[in-house]
Design a protein around this ligand. Structure first.
Ligand SMILES: Nc1nc2c(ncn2[C@@H]2O[C@H](COP(=O)(O)OP(=O)(O)OP(=O)(O)O)[C@@H](O)[C@H]2O)c(=O)[nH]1
Ligand SMILES: [Mg+2]
Length: 258
């Protein structure tokens, strides 16, 4: 997984609210596990797998703590995952604009760099915190834990976590969300669900965005859904266009039922 793509232990993660200077958080309450304590093998591959399992099990434990905290406050938490540019921030901007009088939203924005997305969300009118993951290609439960502490979402609210645009690594990291929503846009190709099955396997809802572009691209919606159902028979689908608003009501109905 990420051992090969640059998200290391010495990574510099920063947090900021719009207008704030990004800052790091030094948390000395947890021990740093470098993964060699149980490993008596000289096999490098074995060491790497052990490190991955350690990282993931530590993440799973923290994710369960997040989940317990969020459930106790009746905060519906959605983890939005997709490749870069599928329209996650656009979907959030429109959802906030349309529903903010009826629902209370909080947003955690994950990107490697920049506070562009948090600035867009703040403009749409919701409290937001930007997490910059540096070299990291995904959010993890620890980052979300720190972000929640600063954001302080209120009881009975909806918390959206926009993950780093990446169809691979975010699939492995439970953040403590209630629901995982995978978004694909019709410009990406209808075979994504079988090329990146883990992401589709771990999601409960699949949004197919940018349907306004269907006349211009070779995207077979039926085929994309068949592929996705192959890896996850229980996956639900909503086709929509954030741009034209087509299908947005179905998304709002789904959200209202959660
Ligand atoms: N045609 C069309 N364009 C869209 C639609 N939704 C989003 N876009 C455009 O797609 C581009 C990327 O949208 P974003 O919302 O920034 O995508 P994102 O998933 O948040 O991107 P990252 O955070 O970088 O992963 C922007 O230029 C949007 O205007 C849509 O429904 N139709
Ligand atoms: Mg975005």
């Amino acid at each position: 997984m990420c051992g090969t793509c640059g998200c290391g232990e010495d990574n510099h993660v920063t947090y900021s609210k719009p207008g704030e200077t990004p800052h790091q958080i030094h948390d000395h309450s947890h021990s740093h596990d470098h993964g060699h304590s149980h490993d008596h093998s000289h096999d490098h591959h074995h060491k790497e797998i052990q490190l991955e399992l350690d990282v993931l099990s530590k993440n799973n434990m923290l994710a369960e703590r997040n989940r317990g905290y969020l459930e106790a406050l009746d905060i519906n938490t959605l983890n939005l995952v997709s490749s870069p540019g599928s329209g996650k921030t656009s979907l959030l901007e429109k959802t906030i604009t349309d529903l903010k009088d009826k629902m209370s939203f909080y947003i955690i924005e994950g990107d490697q760099q920049t506070s562009n997305d948090a600035d867009r969300i703040a403009k749409a009118g919701a409290p937001v915190i930007q997490v910059n993951t540096g070299n990291g290609c995904h959010l993890d439960a620890d980052m979300v834990n720190h972000a929640i502490k600063q954001l302080k979402p209120e009881q009975h609210s909806t918390l959206f976590i926009e993950n780093v645009g990446n169809l691979v690594c975010p699939a492995l990291f439970d953040l403590g969300e209630s629901t995982r929503v995978v978004i694909i846009s019709v410009t990406e190709g209808d075979d994504k669900p079988i090329k990146y099955p883990t992401m589709f396997e771990s999601a409960q809802l699949c949004i197919i965005n940018k349907t306004d572009l269907l006349p211009y691209v070779d995207f077979d919606t039926k085929k994309a859904k068949e592929y996705a159902k192959r890896v996850n028979p229980n996956l639900e689908f909503i086709d929509l266009s954030v741009k034209t608003g087509e299908g947005m009501n179905e998304w709002y109905e789904w959200l209202g039922k959660k």
